[in-house]
Design a protein around this ligand. Structure first.
Ligand SMILES: *Cc1c(COP(=O)(O)O)cnc(C)c1O
Length: 221
């Protein structure tokens, strides 16, 4: 069951700081999302395409759906008709696929470039150099149906907040160095989850992705 009290307090706190709250509802039943929706939440994040489309079908159409998890290219076509923001663009190939499908939906789809900032090998994402190489290429310049709206990153899963802070600082620096290549829509730094969102905001986050604090622990069995 979602914690509505906490949602409202968090939302107020974040709004005063101009930070967008993405409620991460992965693995949670539709009733939980509905309850949060009724409390005023219109921004949900999911990390699996199938779950995302099922929930999109069942819930009111004024919800902004955010894709925050690793996205396989063969599944892009299922979300391009309605997705509000893709946080997890982690390769040039994926970006090209999103553009291709966005053309079919006659949309310009906002995307964040996921940057690899964690020490863990497993986290997806670009390096700064990879992004720079991509945006200089002629192939990139013809992608007219995507809009790069900023960057996203996940810190190392650790209790060491100094390390987490360092990684968020790195993401902010990368955002700053990329900014000159884009227009005014390049403004989002998606960083911070339940355990580290306060540090993320101190380091310049504009968008936090919060799941377990709002919905309770996830059960993956
Ligand atoms: C699950 C998830 C979150 C939310 O994590 P919590 O610790 O539950 O707040 C944020 N971002 C991504 C990419 C996730 O997969």
């Amino acid at each position: 069951m979602p914690n509505i009290q906490l949602y409202k307090a968090l939302r107020r706190e974040l709004e005063s700081k101009n930070v967008t709250l993405v409620a991460v509802s992965k693995t949670k039943p539709i009733e939980d999302l509905k309850e949060l929706y009724d409390a005023g939440c219109k921004i949900f994040g999911e990390n699996k395409v199938q779950e995302l489309i099922a929930k999109h079908e069942q819930l009111p159409k004024d919800i902004q759906w955010h894709m925050i998890g690793h996205l396989q290219r063969n599944k892009v076509k299922y979300i391009t008709p309605f997705i509000y923001l893709i946080h997890s663009i982690d390769s040039f190939k994926l970006l090209k696929e999103v553009n291709k499908e966005a053309i079919k939906s006659n949309r310009e789809i906002p995307c964040l470039l996921q940057i690899h900032i964690a020490q863990e090998e497993t986290k997806f994402g670009f390096s700064l150099e990879e992004v720079q190489e991509m945006i200089l290429s002629t192939e990139y310049k013809v992608l007219n149906n995507i809009k790069i709206a900023g960057v996203m990153g996940m810190a190392t899963n650790t209790d060491n907040m100094d390390q987490v802070r360092k990684e968020f600082k790195t993401l902010h620096h990368i955002f700053n160095s990329l900014k000159i290549n884009f227009d005014d829509s390049f403004k989002e730094i998606s960083m911070g989850m339940s355990g580290d969102y306060l540090v993320a905001i101190e380091e310049g986050s504009t968008m936090v992705r919060i799941g377990s604090s709002l919905f309770g622990k996830r059960n993956y069995t």
